[in-house]
Design a binder for this molecule. Structure first.
Ligand code: PEP
Ligand code: MN
Length: 341
């Protein structure tokens, strides 16, 4: 449930509410909105004493959160969450401006990532993606450069100012990824790795949470809830396509209706990944435009200097020229829906 403070309530009153919540053996999260402050009460419903909280000074009302995902729900927070990506180019996800995160599927070499970083920055990206730890279907496939890859990404940030978005696949990789990256990517295959989600919730880095291959919207939001419940409030929801019966013309099916639906149910920003969402580079530009028309708060795109020879996901990667054309064309769609790129 949430304790809604009266407009103009003071910090002492909020502190007192927090104290009462803690006395019940429950955790709290204070959300300071533009109009009023709300204290979310987290934990087992059995211990929640609504009446005691209603009596406290400065409290307007105590209301239950009906959704199973509590902190992720728009019931807890009216205004939308905005998340700065880091780097020095000033990209923020969730505002009027739509930042584009671009880069290769995998970091393959220092030269490769630096070349792509400069090119995507030139075209207007504000963040660089690139996996150093890769979740591969086959154990014999390229698994990523690991910490060496993270160092190359950090060097790319140094040279370009781009924020770094990279995947963390396991709990033991968290310290290294936190050290080098600006945004932790939690991959589709790990969306239901609850121990990993909880540990990432203890970090204070923004998280790009990808929807699981067969996750429902509710499961997706509950995965976000694991991170939020740990106190990390900076979660971006990333739709990257789901498994359907279709295996031929697309690799995954990109269900864009989830963008407005997530916006309705949650205050968290929504990112779309048309690269994994289609698996085919010729479909990516149209799906970028469609994502923006549907309300996406950011795009994450796979871009490679030489897609034909990419070590991973070449078929869905745009080349540098295609990326720069996409950047130009999405500006017009963004303007049509009162956004900017
Ligand atoms: C990726 O971004 O390269 C990736 C592995 O994504 P996903 O987890 O969505 O498959
Ligand atoms: Mn990929």
């Amino acid at each position: 449930m949430i304790v809604v403070m009266k407009p103009g309530s003071n910090p002492k009153q909020v502190e007192h509410v927090v104290k009462l919540v803690n006395e019940m053996g429950l955790k709290e999260q204070v959300i300071v909105g533009t109009e009023r402050t709300v204290v979310a009460v987290l934990g087992n419903d059995r211990f929640k004493d609504k009446q005691r909280l209603e009596l406290a000074d400065g409290v307007d009302k105590v209301v239950p959160i009906l959704a199973s995902y509590k902190m992720a729900s728009s019931e807890v927070k009216n205004d939308r969450t905005t998340i700065p990506l880091g780097g020095t180019l000033g990209g923020t996800v969730g505002g009027v401006k739509i930042p584009v995160i671009a880069g290769p599927c995998s970091v393959e070499s220092k030269q490769q990532i630096l070349e792509i970083a400069h090119a995507v920055k030139e075209a207007g990206a504000v963040a660089l993606r690139g996996g150093a730890f890769k979740p591969r279907t086959s154990p014999y496939a390229f698994q990523g450069l690991a910490e060496e890859g993270l160092k190359y990404l950090a060097e790319a940030r140094e040279q370009t100012g781009l924020a770094i978005v990279t995947e963390v696949m396991s709990i033991d990789q968290i310290p290294a990824v936190v050290e080098y990256a600006d945004v932790l990517q939690l991959g589709a295959r790990n969306m239901q790795n609850y121990n990993l989600l909880a540990k990432i919730g203890q970090t204070r880095k923004p998280v790009l949470l990808k929807r699981g291959l067969s996750a429902t919207l509710e499961e997706f939001l509950l995965a976000a809830e694991y991170i939020l419940a740990g106190g990390n409030t900076q979660v971006m929801l990333c739709e990257r396509g789901i498994r359907t019966f279709e295996t031929d013309y697309v690799r995954n099916t990109l269900p864009l209706a989830i963008v407005p639906e997530l916006h309705k149910r949650s205050h968290l920003p929504v990112v779309v990944d048309p690269s994994h969402g289609t698996g085919k580079s010729h479909l990516v530009p149209d799906m970028c435009r469609a994502s923006i028309a549907a309300g996406a708060d950011a795009l994450i795109l796979e871009v490679h200097g030489d897609p034909e020879h990419a070590l991973t996901d070449g078929a869905q990667s745009l080349n540098l020229k295609q990326f720069s054309e996409v950047m130009k064309s999405i500006k017009r769609v963004a303007a049509a829906v009162d956004r900017e790129v």
